[in-house]
Design a protein around this ligand. Structure first.
Ligand code: FE2
Ligand code: FE2
Length: 324
């Protein structure tokens, strides 16, 4: 490990022993435990995780000041999946877990107005976090998915999101300070300390999550917007020779060899950009192929397309990235 930053040839076990909080990043990327002596590269490949994106986030979370914000190797879909999983972790695991412990620590069994107010404050904080993350899941990620498919909403841009993007950890810091400074000792101090440790961790993780969004996700999407704009200009000037024609038959058409290749790439979890690079075609061509495939097969879900590819022996199940 040079300059404190981790690299693809580092053993995962060394990284985790160095900084155990990175276990959270691993699980949000879908990397399981049991990595033995595998390096980052080997374990990511074995689990069909985009290694460069994983490493970029790991370095950013572990060493935000030193980590490079070079976006060259980052996959936007992989980064977006990571952020979605993080939202799921905060909303469905960590915050409910803190609430349970808080109820135990502040003794809600008796009439206790302070306990009631603390809980009320915590619940309003959780509502705020939920609203923030729902907006990202439903609106921002949908917008980025459209970009990945080669479509851009003219009324929106990632800089609009960046401009209004709040940090949600501040309210939690206030709650933590109120408890530390003013809450009179009652009941079991160990339980209160345990919930405070969790609040400290959550505050740190929320701050780090916001920074990954601001410094990795937003610039990566911005680049995507720029590339899409450039592709459009290029396509207007010079139509691509290899452009496939729209197939207007609804069903029963035979898939072309190229369409089969596109299916294989899709079910392996590749983005449109990655497919374009793999097959040496433009993103626009990939999208047209995908539209023709959907029309011919009458399949619009990637899960069903995966089933189709396995049943028709286009891919082996071991190559498939399951997003169930
Ligand atoms: Fe987020
Ligand atoms: Fe956010």
């Amino acid at each position: 490990m040079s300059n404190n930053l981790y690299c693809t040839t580092d053993k995962l076990s060394d990284i985790i022993c160095d900084n155990y909080s990175l276990l959270q990043v691993m699980s949000r990327f879908g990397l399981p435990l049991g990595f033995a002596d595998n390096t980052v590269e080997e374990w990511c490949e074995a689990n069909q995780v985009h290694g460069e994106t994983f490493l970029a986030v790991v370095n950013f979370v572990a060493h935000p000041k030193e980590a490079s914000t070079d976006l060259a190797g980052i996959s936007v879909p992989a980064l977006m999946d990571y952020l979605k999983q993080s939202h799921h972790y905060f909303l469905d695991f960590q915050l409910p877990n803190i609430r349970r412990k808080l109820i135990e620590a502040i003794d809600c069994s008796t009439e206790n107005e302070v306990a009631y107010l603390i809980l009320k404050y915590f619940d309003s904080f959780v509502n705020e976090v939920r609203k923030h993350m729902d907006y990202e899941d439903m609106d921002v990620f949908q917008y980025v998915n459209s970009l990945l498919e080669g479509r851009k909403n003219p009324d929106y841009s990632i800089s609009m999101f960046a401009r209004d993007h709040d940090q949600v950890d501040a309210k939690l810091a206030e709650l933590k300070n109120i408890i530390i400074k003013f809450y009179p000792p009652r009941g079991n101090g160990y339980v209160m300390n345990a919930v405070l440790f969790d609040i400290f961790t959550c505050e740190q993780e929320l701050a780090s999550h916001g920074q990954v969004e601001d410094r990795l996700f937003v610039p990566a999407v911005y680049q995507l917007e720029k590339r899409l704009d450039a592709t459009k200009v290029c396509e207007v000037k010079k139509p691509l020779v290899e452009e496939p024609e729209e197939d207007t038959e609804m069903t029963g058409s035979q898939l072309s060899q190229r369409e089969k290749e596109v299916i294989c790439c899709v079910v392996k979890g590749m983005s449109n950009k990655e497919i374009a690079e793999e097959l040496f075609i433009s993103i626009h061509t990939v999208i047209t192929h995908r539209r023709n495939i959907a029309r011919k097969l009458q399949i619009h879900s990637s899960t069903l397309l995966t089933i189709y590819a396995i049943v028709n022996k286009l891919v082996d199940i071991s190559e498939v990235k399951l997003n169930l």
